[in-house]
Structures are given as C-alpha cells and as structure tokens.
Design a protein around this ligand. Structure first.
Ligand SMILES: NC(=O)c1ccc[n+]([C@@H]2O[C@H](COP(=O)([O-])OP(=O)(O)OC[C@H]3O[C@@H](n4cnc5c(N)ncnc54)[C@H](O)[C@@H]3O)[C@@H](O)[C@H]2O)c1
Length: 341
C-alpha cells in the first residue's frame, strides 16, 4: 500500500485551489488539517474529517500533520516556514520565499539546520516548454549565452488589491509587479541562463498611483556572471494577461518561451518547437499554468524518498534577490551586485 503523507494547509485564499486540486489528484498525500484566520475561507473544505484551526501554531502542534503547505501573504512566509521547520514539519512554501532578503537568509539558515525539507513553489520550471529548453541548453548545442529578455505585461485592476488588502503594500506584499507577478520569469532567467551578477533598474507606480504603494511598472538591465546581458520589462498596467515572453539569445541560435510554447527563431521567424499538452488549469486562472500539480508531485516523491527537493531555499533566493536588487537600484541609481548566500 502506498504511504500517504499527512498534509496541512495554512492560507485558504485563491491559490489554495491549485494546491487542493493537486492534493486531491495525488495518491501520496492526505489532507488532515487546514488553517485560516478567516474561518469562512475554510468553507472550501467539504471533508468533515479535516481539522480546522484559526491559529497556525495549533496546526503546527498537530501530530497528524507531517508536511505543511504555506499559502499566506508574503510577509508571513519566512516566519511561518521557520516555525514549521522548528516543529519538525516538511514545508511547501508559495513564492516568494520571503518578502525581505534578511528574512530569506534566516530561512536558508533554518532550512540548513532542519531535519525536514523546505521546498518553494516555482511551478513554471516544470512547464513542458521550460523543461525542453533546459534540456536543449544543457546539451550544449546552443553555444555561449549572449543575452536574454523578459517581457511580462499583465493586468491587475484596483479590485485585485481591494479583494486582498495585504497586496499593494510594501510591508505586507514586499513589492508589486516584480515580487508577485514577474518573479516566476525572473527565476527562469537564472535557472536557464546561469547566475546573474548585477542589475540596474527603475520602478514606478503609474496607473494605480494613489491606490497602491508598490510598483505597477518596472524595467531593468542586467549582466550574467558569464558576461551575457539582458533586459526586463514588467507591468501590471496592461489591458489583459498577455503571454509572457522570455527570449534567450545564444551564439548558434535564439529561443523564445511564449506562454506555454517554445519557439526557435529561424531567419527572424519563430518556428514552434513544442507546445505544452495543456494539463488541467484551475478555475480559469490560466496564467498560473498547469504545473503546480507536477511540482507538488515531485516534492512529495522527494519527501517520501528522504531527499531534499531541487527548489530549496537556496535555489529560490536568486529570483528574490534580483527583485530586491532592482528596488534598491531604483532608489540609489547604482548597479546592485547580487550575492550567493
Ligand atoms: N505560484 C503561483 O502561480 C501563485 C499564484 C497565486 C498566488 N501565489 C502566492 O500564494 C500566496 C497566497 O496568495 P493568494 O492569492 O492565495 O492570497 P489570498 O489573499 O487570496 O489568500 C491568503 C489567505 O491567507 C489567509 N491568512 C492571512 N493571514 C493568515 C494567518 N496569519 N494565518 C492563516 N491564514 C492567514 C487569508 O485569510 C487568506 O484566506 C502568495 O504568496 C502569492 O504570491 C502563487
């Protein structure tokens, strides 16, 4: 018989649908407890055997929970994850790993010392198109990386912020278009292209000035440790959630990831290499992609196999540092040099 991990969930807001769907589909897990400070949020759980808490510390004290999914506002991530590791639980933490770099480094230290595992959600690493591009790059056939560009243009109207008031504030969200919507693509820049050495950029609050404190527009230039150069443009002021473009230019060829497709550019024209076969999206949030279940399945397998998962705290850090580096550079007008903790 398959061993089932007893899982708990803290935070039952919008992204919990993707996690609950994965838990329901995967045979290696059984939901035993949930926690939300808003009791009404727990109404999505129909199974009366699932325990309900309004204080996450009570859930962490429950011996019927071995692994906890943390899906709360950004400023709570690091401390909740540290408390969960201290309580000897395995942790699956939604992005970003923390809202501040100091908290992210504390979390890395805690994870290094823990006897359990900490895994961070960056589900787009597991899109079929991303996996294929990674395979091609690792094969060495592309030659040296010359440059990369990331263009993320989505729409986040005022209602998005009023629905969850922790969004739009520096203290509770830790940033805006970069730390929330664009961090997945910023993660892919270093996952696919290697370490980034420095970044210089600007942020501004334009369309939603007066509604939110954090940026709704950002642009930056950056340089990889290998010398390749890149640009980033991120906006949540667009009219729709446009397909995200990530282009990587190599000596021998150029590839573009565009939404769920991978293209190779031949004589300036995109040729389709691969299109994701389109697993189930959750409740119409197609911009989350379909890979939450894929990543959560891999994490459960790692936990059951007694192994650390590949997206651990250290692996999740560079994307957060790139975001925070752009914020700092925007204030100072100087380049921000990235570090590896
Ligand atoms: N990977 C993805 O594609 C993706 C997509 C959406 C959201 N997210 C991330 O998921 C996280 C949650 O986002 P969301 O959109 O679901 O937010 P949300 O505002 O819809 O939900 C957050 C939930 O946390 C609860 N909460 C707040 N404080 C709490 C506490 N102290 N203890 C227990 N529960 C508490 C709230 O009551 C709410 O139900 C964020 O980190 C966000 O960036 C990731």
């Amino acid at each position: 018989m398959i061993r089932q991990i007893k899982v708990g969930m803290i935070g039952l807001g919008s992204v919990s649908r993707a996690h609950l769907y994965a838990i329901g589909e995967l045979p290696q897990a059984k939901l035993t407890a949930v926690c939300d400070t808003d009791p009404g949020a727990m109404d999505v759980i129909k199974d009366t055997d699932v325990k309900r808490y309004t204080d996450y510390r009570q859930l962490l004290a429950d011996p019927d929970v071995e692994l906890v999914h943390i899906l709360t506002p950004h400023f709570l991530h690091a401390q909740m994850a540290i408390d969960a590791l201290d309580a000897a639980k395995h942790v699956i933490l939604e992005k970003p790993m923390a809202s501040e770099l100091g908290d992210a480094r504390r979390l890395i230290e805690a994870a290094d010392k823990a006897g359990t595992t900490l895994s961070v959600i960056f589900q787009n690493r597991y899109n079929a198109s991303t996996c294929e591009l990674k395979r091609i790059i690792d094969s060495g056939s592309c030659g040296k990386l010359i440059g990369a560009r990331a263009v993320i243009c989505w729409s986040r109207p005022p209602k998005y912020y009023t629905d969850s008031p922790w969004r739009g504030s520096w203290k509770t969200e830790g940033g805006g278009a970069l730390i929330n919507q664009s961090i997945h693509t910023l993660d892919l820049l270093s996952y696919l292209g290697g370490p980034i050495a420095k970044v210089k950029g600007h942020i501004s609050t334009d369309l939603l000035a007066g509604t939110i404190e954090v940026e709704d527009n950002a642009h930056a230039v950056f340089e990889y440790s290998c010398g390749a150069k890149g640009v980033i443009f991120a906006s949540t002021n667009y009219v729709t959630d446009a397909p995200i473009l990530l282009e990587m230019v190599f000596e021998n060829t150029t590839y573009q990831l565009c939404a769920d497709k991978l293209f190779r550019i031949v004589d300036g024209v995109p040729e389709l290499v691969l299109r994701d076969d389109g697993g189930k999206t959750v409740d119409g949030k197609s911009y989350w992609g379909t890979s939450h279940k894929v990543e959560i399945d891999k994490i459960y397998r790692a936990v059951l196999g007694g192994k650390q998962f590949e997206i651990d705290a250290r692996s999740a850090y560079p994307a957060l540092e790139l975001v925070k580096g752009i914020y700092e550079s925007s204030l100072t007008g100087e380049w921000y040099k990235l570090t590896t903790p």
